[in-house]
Write a protein that binds this ligand. Structure first.
Ligand code: SF4
Ligand code: SF4
Length: 105
């Protein structure tokens, strides 16, 4: 049995043998994004402009991927391992403190 199945979350990893994947590759449990760097799918990328940020935290609850870390009640830079580049955070920021650019530029 692979490590993927031992994690008891029906996780399909890069090296999971096909015999141990779920039927149709269906993801059957939540919370397994922690095992993947899903940011690799990103085509667009948010850039935090810390000097313009007022720490209002409006961006934080809107992120569908929990990719805006909070420490000591203040937002930190993006978790680019998991940000998928949807752009919602840049849209909601009332202080223009998040640029949204093409990945790799
Ligand atoms: S919404 Fe904008 S100003 Fe508010 S915390 Fe986020 S980046 Fe900073
Ligand atoms: S671009 Fe989307 S996924 Fe990335 S931090 Fe902003 S809201 Fe979250």
């Amino acid at each position: 049995m692979s490590d993927a199945v031992k994690k008891d979350k029906c996780i399909i990893e890069e090296h999971t043998p096909w015999q141990e994947t779920t039927l149709g590759g269906v993801v059957t449990s939540s919370g397994n994004a922690q095992y993947y760097k899903t940011g690799g799918w990103r085509a667009m990328k948010p850039i935090w402009k810390e000097d313009q940020c007022k720490q209002c935290l409006l961006c934080w609850p809107t992120c569908p991927d929990s990719s805006i870390p909070i420490k000591d009640k203040k937002r930190q830079d993006f978790d680019y391992d998991h940000c998928k580049g949807c752009g919602v955070c840049a849209k909601v920021c009332p202080f223009n403190a998040i640029d949204f650019v093409v990945e790799g530029e």
